[in-house]
Design a protein around this ligand. Structure first.
Ligand SMILES: Nc1ncnc2c1ncn2[C@@H]1O[C@H](COP(=O)(O)OP(=O)(O)O)[C@@H](O)[C@H]1O
Ligand SMILES: [Mg+2]
Length: 209
């Protein structure tokens, strides 16, 4: 069976797309999967992280490609033939590129911070996925340690007709610290709460594919 393509999409910048792409790619690699990581955001942060990773580790464990333009869809299909999972980090606008990334996806993963503004801001992304007939999974990111906000935002998301992942990510400085070293939190602090969160999320998403 061909590999599965997971596109991380969210038109709001700073929602955690690249952080999520990095951590999911590594989590699946650590779980023994063949993983390709694809950066189609012109900002290139996924690629910058991968370059740091190559410096730190030599073999990054990932097939990384930076793609743009008309070749993108065909390249992604090729990667899917040779890998179990393809993780795509997409740009924060409804450009052609973002559309291609959503169109190529078996699942569109949408990070959202638990606030009403952030939830409302996901509308264009949900509309895009809907128009391309792709399934969506909302992932709550930077969830504060306390508060009932998660339930409230989950309920609102359910009203929008979108599935919310049971696993979510806390607001943890360790995610950024790991990324700065070309690593993931599972590699820098294996026993941390954040590492457990990402492992649970990666398993949940894999189970939905
Ligand atoms: N779960 C988290 N905990 C703490 N900081 C986070 C978390 N997720 C993302 N961040 C931080 O938020 C900022 C934006 O994240 P990023 O992944 O670059 O978002 P995007 O790619 O959607 O623009 C970065 O500084 C990142 O380190
Ligand atoms: Mg980004």
């Amino acid at each position: 069976m061909a590999g599965r393509v997971i596109t991380i999409a969210q038109q709001k910048g700073g929602a955690g797309k690249t952080t999520l792409a990095i951590h999911l790619a590594v989590a699946w690699r650590l779980a023994g999967k063949r993983v390709a990581s694809v950066d189609i955001d012109p900002q290139g942060s996924f690629t910058a992280w991968h370059e740091l990773r190559a410096q730190a580790l030599g073999d990054t464990g990932l097939t990384h490609l930076r793609l743009s333009g008309w070749r993108t869809q065909r390249e992604v299909e090729q990667l899917a033939r040779e890998h179990d999972l393809v993780v795509i980090d997409s740009p924060p606008h409804a450009e052609t590129e973002a559309k291609i990334a959503v169109r190529s996806a078996d699942l569109v993963v949408v990070p959202v911070q638990p606030s009403p503004m952030d939830l409302w801001a996901t509308r264009p992304t949900l509309d895009l996925a809907r128009s391309e007939k792709r399934p969506v999974l909302l992932v709550l990111n930077r969830v504060p340690a306390r508060g009932k906000l998660v339930d409230a935002v989950s309920d609102k998301a359910a009203e929008l007709g979108v599935t919310v992942a049971g696993a979510h990510l806390g607001n943890r400085i360790g995610f950024a610290a790991a990324v700065m070293e070309g690593l993931s939190l599972q590699e820098t602090e294996r026993r941390s709460r954040g590492a457990e969160e990402i492992e649970a999320l990666a398993a949940e998403i894999a189970g939905r594919l």
